[in-house]
Design a binder for this molecule. Structure first.
Ligand code: PMP
Length: 552
């Protein structure tokens, strides 16, 4: 067998939808798209045999129950578990990790130790922080270089009190793999090994027995399956030793007024009604994945990732960009940041790509400690799946080459003495309205961005506009009847839009501001999308906050 990416892509209806003809989807680490087989299985569940499982004994309930248990079997085969009783369905990796942290911690003693890495997704960090506070446990972190755990130094953090080592097999922010298969032999027999395989399962077959782990977690939506369903593998003896986490229906054998007896694993850990349609979709996804040549798929993805990295590396020679990742031992994740001293912010790059229907993700990617380690507040993450191809990457590269760089590296200093506001006297709305295309309007906004002075003095928590993807600070005071505003932001598109906002509302009276119809003005300027609620670029929140000041 071999791998043909365009045939593979044809199985994903989203890409042939008229709305998505131009889409380049490079946000696969957040979630992958679903093949038709998965969508059909979900629809089939609802249209043919929707019923709650075990609770009823009619035909549909039996069919639904049989489906759930068949998918459990399939999942056991997928992960090479010894039995389907080792597979627990959860809502996702996050719920699986919360379940494990809570259930494991309830059997630990104060002073017991949990070993993690600084590269963990918040889902494999925050639950441990919560249970550590509740049970007086100690969290220790494997020594790292730039956030990458150095497994050869593991012994430095192991002690007779180590009860759990919980690690991601691949970083969701920087893509590097962690060789978790080498660990079991180095851990004390009583220490549990937990692997977060969320970023691995789409990219290679995973064998829990070969890994030697006690627990492994993943979310179906990251490997072409539905949202709302995750897999928790637990070695049977390890699962049997755990108390349940959530209580409710389905997880008991007997309930009295004051106590209950719990079912055996896996049902002990599945309180309440499961995401049945999602399980049906997961079953189809596993069957579909098993029919792929996963070896060839992995080789294809590795080639593509090398191409992407090589081309981006070349681009960094001519554009103010810096690459944080390397293609070796990487699951297909690239992180790009503006070069030091550049006028760009990561969100500017994300906005620019989004304008061209290229989907990437900007932010700390729920891995804030790792981003701190590499000295970045956030990055532009480009994450690959097997339906991506060189044409996608070439579109990305073309868009990056066109990034508007007109803004001077240093913005104007705040107006001396005034300490407030910006001098926008020389410009007018017509400069924007006369631009004929979105690219030209975007460039005009980025030219205006240079007029918004840097105002470190207003960058205070109380001035931060809540609900923004990018950081924006706003202050307001009244000068007689007139409202005065000062705005600052790291993102150029928001700086440009802020200049526009200031032109509209700064130094105006309440009556003048009240007479403005922002929707209409933005529609006339061709900028209406910046006001759309679905576009969480922060501008809408900024406008809302400014108007609240006006209303007092
Ligand atoms: N761990 C890792 C490594 C992840 O990448 C993610 C999702 N980004 C999670 C855990 C949490 O997955 P979910 O949001 O599906 O629960």
């Amino acid at each position: 067998m071999s791998f043909n990416s365009s045939e593979f892509k044809r199985q994903f209806p989203l890409f042939s939808h008229p709305e998505n003809r131009e889409l380049v989807y490079l946000d696969n680490a957040a979630t992958t798209q679903r093949p038709a087989a998965v969508i059909a299985a979900i629809s089939d569940f609802y249209s043919r045999y929707n019923a709650n499982t075990h609770r009823s004994s009619h035909r549909l309930a039996r069919t639904a129950t049989a489906m759930v248990e068949a998918v459990r079997e399939r999942a056991a085969t997928f992960l090479n578990a010894r039995s389907s009783a080792e597979i627990v369905f959860t809502r996702g990796a996050t719920e699986a990790l919360n379940l494990l942290a809570n259930s494991i911690a309830s059997g630990l003693q104060p002073g017991d130790e949990i070993v993690l890495s600084a590269a963990e997704h918040h889902a494999n960090l925050v639950p441990w922080q919560m249970v550590a506070a509740r049970h007086q446990l100690r969290l220790l972190f494997i020594p790292d270089v730039n956030g990458q755990p150095q497994l050869q130094s593991l012994e430095q953090v192991l002690s007779p009190r180590t009860r759990v080592v919980a690690l991601s097999a691949a970083s969701n922010a920087l893509g590097f793999r962690v060789e978790v298969q080498s660990l079991r032999a180095r851990l004390p027999a009583a220490c549990l090994l937990l692997v977060d395989a969320s970023q691995l399962l789409a990219h290679q077959p995973v064998d829990v027995q070969a890994l030697g782990c006690d627990f492994l977690v993943g979310s179906a939506h990251k490997f072409y399956g539905p949202t709302g369903i995750g897999l928790l593998y637990g070695r049977s003896a390890a699962l049997a030793a755990l108390p349940p986490w959530q209580g409710g229906g389905e997880m008991i054998t007997r309930v009295g007024l004051y106590d209950s007896d719990y079912a055996a694993p896996p049902h002990r850990f599945e309180a309440g009604t499961s995401a049945l349609a999602a399980i049906a979709g997961l079953g189809a996804c596993l069957a579909w994945l098993q029919a792929q040549d996963r070896q060839a798929m992995a080789v294809y993805e590795a080639h593509l990732n090398r191409y992407l990295h090589a081309e981006l590396q070349a681009l960094t020679q001519v554009m103010p960009l810096k690459l944080l990742t390397r293609p070796e031992h990487n699951v297909g994740i690239t992180a790009l940041v503006p070069a030091p001293g550049s006028s760009l912010a990561a969100v500017d790059i994300g906005h620019w790509l989004d304008e061209q229907d290229i989907a990437v993700r900007v932010g700390h990617h729920c891995a804030q400690p790792l981003m701190d380690k590499v000295g970045q507040a956030g990055s532009v993450r480009i994450s690959l799946a097997a339906y991506n191809d060189r044409a996608d990457i070439d579109r990305l590269l073309g868009a990056l080459r066109q990034l508007p760089l007109s803004t001077p590296a240093t913005r104007a200093a705040g107006l001396a003495g005034a300490g407030f506001g910006d001098d926008l006297g020389g410009i007018g709305l017509h400069e924007l309205s006369q631009q004929g295309s979105w690219q030209k309007r975007y460039r005009q906004l980025t030219r205006w961005a240079a007029l918004l002075s840097a105002k470190p003095e207003i960058r205070l928590p109380q001035n931060l506009v809540q609900g923004c993807e990018s950081e924006v600070w706003l202050t307001h005071h009244c000068s007689g009847e007139r409202h005065r505003f000062a705005i600052d932001s790291d993102a150029r598109v928001i700086q440009g839009l802020s200049v526009l906002l200031l032109l509209l509302i700064d130094n105006k009276t309440s009556a003048e501001i009240g007479a403005l119809d922002f929707d209409q003005i933005f529609a006339e300027l061709g900028l209406e999308k910046y006001l759309s609620p679905s576009r969480s670029n922060g501008f809408r929140a900024l406008l809302h906050q400014a108007l609240q000041h006006v209303q007092g």
